[in-house]
Design a binder for this molecule. Structure first.
Ligand code: FUB
Length: 449
């Protein structure tokens, strides 16, 4: 049963911190949703939720089946380390058991401690969701979980924020029957609220709103959320000079991508700003989502340039990293589909025809560090040639791979060839397809060594 498989995978991961690499989605070994990205001591951490299959009718809610939380980290935004399960649903001290309702979490640092906030279904049935918190000396835990939920608030999508003056806040909202997005001051202990929660004022009232996220940039407080509006589901934002508002509505950050939900977070890392969100193309099911990220930019006046979701995502692969060409910037005379033999590994480029190419931007070539190219390919025809070039489809030729018939379109083979020419710096890659009429070969990935 798939669910049993998921549990086994979770166990495996529990005991072995795993390193994985991908473009969009960021990881494919498990489904991950609601990614909150945080930077602590120059490392980027992601605190997502975890979608699985296999819930019975009385388990899970709104079609989601979510048993636990994993934590991820990266320093290059290409290789992601899975630190395993940080909290299982049945270890929530105040939670109802086996309810698969572990929705979007978040984590923040205050002083030298890390505080992990999560929504859970309370055993006392006092609300649809309550919000719990755990404390740790490390961003990946182990966390010491507070015995009771935070009194005075109820809802989903907890988003803590610590201002430069040390004052802390928690934003939350959403969930059935709770239309408003809210904010409450957190006491210095980070486990209790101070005063009464307030509604977020100044943002559109129509439609369903959830997935609050607060960040500060150049003295401006940016509050963003997900909303089901006339355009389906969009990520929107508003700004203020006060973390409690009132806010001024600014517009859309990410237009609808037919997601059903699009929980997000925004973070600055190594001088660039990124939007983390989720999408379900790996599963073809919008309750089995995978986290993704794209770079965003700000206009001079501080407004955010709306971002259209990309396949390419973020990060600059270098020698040794797998380059998933199916996460392309442009593709001509070819298609993509999920790998048939191992769908959880992602996609392949297929139906490749002559005179086509795939463009994949931002690959780092370090002087003398790459001399060979390996391509994972398959062909059920007489094959063809792959030319690896930079800058444009006729640019400098780095390597040439002759692909023969490998025994079938799913019979994968790794072919290694030497570099013909060297290049240096961050380059846009063009892999061009040469051969005769008909389909030439399928490509899984390429790698420089
Ligand atoms: O993942 C479950 C819920 O869906 C989250 O809490 C919401 O923000 C939405 O993404």
């Amino acid at each position: 049963m798939t669910f049993v498989k998921t549990i086994c995978t979770a166990f495996l991961i529990l005991f072995t911190t795993t390193s994985l690499m991908a473009q969009n989605p960021l990881v494919t070994h498990i489904y991950t949703a609601d990614p909150t990205a945080r930077v602590f001591d120059d490392i980027l951490y992601i605190y997502p939720s975890h979608d699985v299959e296999g819930c019975t009718e009385d388990q899970g809610s709104n079609g989601f089946c979510m048993p636990d939380y994993h934590i991820f980290s990266t320093t290059d935004m290409i290789n992601y380390k899975d630190h395993g399960v940080a909290l299982d649903q049945n270890d929530v001290p105040w939670g109802a058991k086996d309810t698969f309702g572990m929705w979007a979490p978040d984590c923040i640092k205050k002083g030298s401690k890390y505080y992990y906030y999560y929504p859970g279904i309370p055993a006392d049935k006092s609300a649809l969701r309550r919000i719990g918190v755990g404390v740790s000396d490390n961003p990946t835990g182990p966390f010491s979980w507070e015995k009771n939920y935070i009194k005075g608030i109820q809802g989903i999508d907890p988003n803590p924020f610590v201002d430069d003056d040390g004052k802390a806040y928690i934003y939350y909202g959403g969930g059935k029957g709770t239309g408003a997005l809210k904010v409450a001051r957190l006491k210095d202990n980070m486990t209790e609220i101070q005063g009464q929660p307030e509604n977020i004022i100044g943002i559109p009232e129509e439609g369903y709103r959830e997935a609050s996220f607060m960040f500060k940039r150049e003295g401006i407080y940016y509050f963003s959320w997900g909303r089901v509006n006339q355009n389906n589901y969009e990520i929107e934002y508003a700004t203020s000079d006060n973390p409690m508002g009132p806010f001024k509505f600014q517009g859309v950050i990410m237009p609808n991508i037919d997601n059903g939900t699009n929980h997000h977070s925004i973070v600055e890392y190594k001088g660039k700003w990124y939007l983390f969100y989720h999408y379900w193309s790996l599963s073809n099911h919008n309750r089995l989502r995978s986290m993704r990220a794209d770079e965003i930019v700000f206009n001079k006046n501080g407004s955010i340039v709306p971002k259209v979701a990309t396949l390419r995502g973020i990060g600059t692969p270098k020698a040794g990293d797998l380059i998933q060409l199916d996460r392309y910037n442009d593709l001509v005379n070819a298609k993509i589909s999920l790998l048939k033999d191992q769908p959880t590994k992602g996609w392949q480029i297929d139906y490749i025809k002559e005179y086509g190419w795939v463009q994949f931007d931002n690959v780092l070539f370090e002087k003398g560090k790459q001399n060979k190219l390996t391509a994972r390919v398959a062909s059920g025809s007489k094959g063809g040639i792959m030319e690896i070039r930079v800058d444009n489809p006729r640019g400098l030729l780095l390597a040439k791979v002759q692909v023969e018939n490998t025994g079938g379109w799913d019979s994968w083979k790794e072919i290694t060839v030497p570099f013909i020419n060297q290049t240096k710096g961050v380059k846009n890659l063009f892999v061009t397809f040469k051969g005769s009429k008909g389909y030439l070969y399928n490509i899984d990935w390429i790698k420089f060594e």
